[in-house]
Design a protein around this ligand. Structure first.
Ligand SMILES: [Zn+2]
Ligand SMILES: [Zn+2]
Length: 238
């Protein structure tokens, strides 16, 4: 598996992942021109793009990617919010509210699962090869984990803020309570990440990528040390 970070955080999220026989883009929250450049103008190498939700820092280039002939996967709610349609749009078939059938792409099985974010129909992704040799979990923009993190070889997960940092910023008047509440209701804190990791089976996990850190409310060193010491797994802060 090979992961390349094209962008992370509120200025735009986009990750290129080679897994199994496929090359995916996870999110496309950068201008299309920037994505093209970062991919050395080889956009056609991408088999598909998976989008978690409609916020522009995750979906900015979706229309351009479709025009360029890339299949884009998302929930129906996300597609409607983005106003996209056409044969390059692939939506996940729900079998009940916020529960979906998986999709097959080359040798991959792609399973979306519900995220907790104030948008139409947000999801996270569990992606694995059919032979179970490679697996990846991608979680971002969620207040907490509704489900146990699936066993995987590589975990890419949001760590947006540190609660004490956020509270300190409120106390100092750097951010107001409204904004604080919005962050807490929509994003994953270091503290919630720790709780989620306690419940997960990480015996197969070789690497953890931490994503979408907030500039003012996080602490890169503390985050990295906390997760590395807790899990004993190599941690990369993006
Ligand atoms: Zn968002
Ligand atoms: Zn975001």
């Amino acid at each position: 598996m090979k992961i390349q970070v094209l962008g992370t955080g509120s200025s735009g999220n986009c990750y290129k992942v080679k897994i199994g026989r496929a090359t995916l883009l996870l999110e496309c929250g950068l201008p299309f021109k920037v994505i093209q450049k970062k991919l050395n103008f080889k956009v056609s190498e991408i088999d598909a793009c998976l989008v978690t939700h409609e916020h522009m820092d995750h979906a900015k280039a979706v229309k351009d990617l479709m025009k360029a002939g890339i299949d884009c996967y998302m929930t129906k709610g996300t597609a409607e919010a983005l106003g996209v349609s056409g044969h390059r749009l692939k939506t996940f078939r729900p079998f009940e509210k916020a529960r979906y059938y998986s999709e097959v792409l080359k040798d991959l099985i792609i399973l979306p699962f519900e995220a907790v974010h104030d948008v139409a129909e947000p999801v996270s992704y569990f992606i694995k090869t059919r032979d179970d040799k490679e697996s990846l979990v991608f979680v971002t923009d969620t207040a907490y984990l509704k489900y146990k993190i699936p066993d995987c070889e590589c975990l890419m997960i949001e760590c947006n803020y540190v609660k004490s940092r956020l509270d300190e910023n409120v106390r100092l008047g750097n951010i107001n309570t409204n904004l604080r509440n919005r962050i807490v209701k929509n994003h994953l804190s270091l503290e919630s990440l720790v709780e989620a990791l306690k419940l997960a089976d990480l015996s197969r996990c070789k690497k953890i990528y931490l994503l979408h850190l907030s500039d003012g409310n996080s602490d890169e060193k503390l985050i990295k040390r906390t997760i590395q010491e807790m899990t004993g797994i190599e941690v990369v802060v993006c």
